[in-house]
Design a binder for this molecule. Structure first.
Ligand SMILES: *Cc1c(COP(=O)(O)O)cnc(C)c1O
Length: 425
C-alpha cells in the first residue's frame, strides 16, 4: 500500500499541532510508522488520503456502533444544523435525549449532558465528593477515565502506551486523593478502604475495562465492590463511556447485573459528535447546580447538533435491541476465527471478549488486570498491527486498546480479517 499523501499530511501537521495529532494514541508511537489520514468513511470502511480502503475496528474508538456516516444520524444532524447550532438556552431535544437515556439505563433518574467522557468522569467525581462530603477516590491501575488530573494516576491506553502513567503537571496535592487498587483484586480495595476509613467518596471503575485491552471483571470482584460500597457509604461510579449503549441498552450495569450509584457516558451516546453525560438517582443528582451546591456547567453542553446525533443513535438502538446480540455474535465469530489461526500457527496469545469488545494479547497467561496485560509481547503486536494494516484492516494502534465492532461489519469482512491474520503469521 502507498501512504505517500498521509505521510506528507502528517509532516505538515507536525509543524502546527504537537505531535501532529489532537489525541496522542492517533500518532502510532506504540506501533511505529506514520499515522493514516482519513478522507472519508462509510459503513464498515475507512478510506484514506491515498485511496486505500480499510475495514475499521475502532469506530472512532467506540461511538460509531452502527457504522460510519450512518444515514439517520447524518440526516438528523444536517436538519438540525439548518436551524442553528447552539443557543446557550434550553431546547426540547435535550429533554428528549435525557428521557430516552433514562428509560434505557437502570438505576438512573436524571442525567446531565457534557461534551466529553473526560468531563463526565471529572464531574461525577466532584458530585460524589459533594454528596458524601469526603475527598478521596479509589481507581484501578490500567483504567482510563479521561485526562483530568485526578485520573492520570496509572491510567490505561494512551497514558500507558507512552510510559508516562503519572503525567507532569499533576500536582502531589491532587495525586494524594486518588488511591490505586488492582483490577479483579478485591483484597487490594479492602486494604485501601480499611486504611482510609470514612475518607473515601467514590470508587470509579470501567465495569468491563477497555483501556488495557478488554478485561472482564469476575463476578466475585464486581459484586464485592458493590457490597463494599454499600456497607462503607462509598458511591460506586461505573465509567460506562465505552460500555454504555454498547454492551446492551442498559450497558454494563445490565450485562453484569450490578447497579452503580453514578454512571458516566460518552462515545455511543453522542452518535459521533462530542457528548458525554453523567447520571444517577434523583437524590444524588439533586446536589448538582442549579438545584444543589455542586457546580458544573458548559457553554456548548447539550447543544442541538450533538443532541440530534445522540437521539438518532439511541432511538435506533432502543428500537432494535437485536443489534447488540448480532454484534456479540459477530465478535464471537471473529474471536473463534483468529483463535484457530493463532493456535494452528503456535502463536502464544490470549483473547478477551465481552459483547462487541475484543482484544488479542500476545501474552502467555490470562489477562485479568494491568500487570498481566502489560506482559504481552509488543514486538509481536507491532508485526500483527502493521501486517493487518497493509492488508486493509485497521486495528487499534496500541496493545492496550479494545477493538469496537460496528454493525456495518459483515461476515465477509470478518472472514477477510481472519484471512489477513493467517497471512501475517
Ligand atoms: C474514552 C474514555 C473516556 C474519555 O472520554 P473522552 O471523550 O475521550 O474524554 C473516559 N472513560 C473511558 C472508559 C473511556 O473509554
Amino acid at each position: 500500500m502507498n501512504y505517500k499523501r498521509s505521510s506528507a499530511l502528517f509532516s505538515e501537521a507536525k509543524q502546527y499541532i504537537p505531535g501532529g495529532v489532537n489525541s496522542p494514541v492517533r500518532a502510532f508511537k506504540a506501533v511505529g510508522g506514520d499515522p493514516i489520514f482519513v478522507k472519508e468513511a462509510r459503513g464498515a470502511y475507512l478510506y484514506d488520503e491515498d485511496g486505500n480502503e480499510y475495514i475499521d475496528y475502532i469506530a472512532s474508538w467506540g461511538p460509531l456502533i452502527l457504522g460510519h456516516a450512518h444515514e439517520p444520524v447524518i440526516n438528523a444532524v444536517i436538519e438540525k444544523a439548518k436551524k442553528g447550532t447552539s443557543f446557550g438556552m434550553p431546547t426540547e431535544i435535550e429533554t428528549q435525549l435525557a428521557k430516552l437515556a433514562v428509560s434505557m439505563v437502570p438505576n438512573i433518574d436524571k442525567i446531565r449532558f457534557v461534551n466529553s467522557g473526560t468531563e463526565a468522569c471529572m464531574s461525577a467525581v466532584r458530585l460524589a465528593r459533594g454528596y458524601t462530603g469526603k475527598d478521596k477516590i479509589i481507581k484501578f491501575a490500567g483504567c482510563y477515565h479521561g485526562h483530568s488530573d485526578s485520573f492520570l494516576i496509572q491510567a490505561g491506553s494512551g497514558a500507558v502506551t507512552f510510559g508516562s502513567p503519572n503525567s507532569p503537571g499533576v500536582t502531589q496535592g491532587t495525586a494524594k486523593d486518588t488511591l490505586l487498587a488492582n483490577y479483579n483484586d478485591l483484597k487490594s480495595v479492602k486494604e485501601l478502604t480499611n486504611g482510609n476509613k470514612n475518607e473515601i467518596a467514590a470508587i470509579i471503575i470501567e465495569p468491563v475495562a477497555g483501556n488495557m485491552g478488554c478485561i472482564i471483571p469476575t463476578d466475585e470482584f464486581i459484586q464485592g465492590l458493590r457490597d463494599l460500597c454499600t456497607s462503607e457509604g462509598i458511591l460506586l461510579i461505573f465509567d460506562e463511556v465505552m460500555t454504555g449503549f454498547r454492551l446492551g441498552k442498559g450497558g454494563a450495569q445490565e450485562a453484569l447485573g450490578i447497579g452503580a450509584d453514578i454512571v458516566c457516558f460518552g462515545k455511543v451516546i453522542g452518535g459521533g459528535l462530542p457528548v458525554g453525560a453523567f447520571a444517577a438517582r434523583e437524590e444524588i443528582m439533586n446536589h448538582l447546580a442549579p438545584d444543589g451546591p455542586v457546580y458544573q456547567a458548559g457553554t456548548l453542553s447539550g447543544n442541538p447538533l450533538a443532541m440530534s446525533a445522540g437521539l438518532a443513535m439511541l432511538t435506533e438502538l432502543n428500537n432494535n435491541p437485536g443489534i447488540f446480540e448480532s454484534l456479540a455474535k459477530k465478535t464471537e465469530y471473529l474471536h473463534q476465527g483468529i483463535s484457530e489461526v493463532l493456535v494452528r500457527k503456535s502463536v502464544v496469545h490470549q483473547i478477551n471478549r465481552f459483547g462487541s469488545m475484543i482484544s488479542v494479547h500476545f501474552a502467555d497467561g490470562p489477562v485479568i488486570d494491568f500487570t498481566s496485560s502489560a506482559r504481552g509481547n509488543n514486538d509481536t503486536f507491532k508485526k500483527y498491527f502493521h501486517g493487518m494494516l497493509s492488508q486493509g484492516v485497521y486495528l487499534p494502534p496500541s496493545a492496550f486498546e479494545s477493538y469496537f465492532l460496528n454493525d456495518a461489519i459483515s461476515y465477509a469482512d470478518l472472514d477477510k480479517t481472519i484471512e489477513a491474520v493467517k497471512n501475517v503469521f
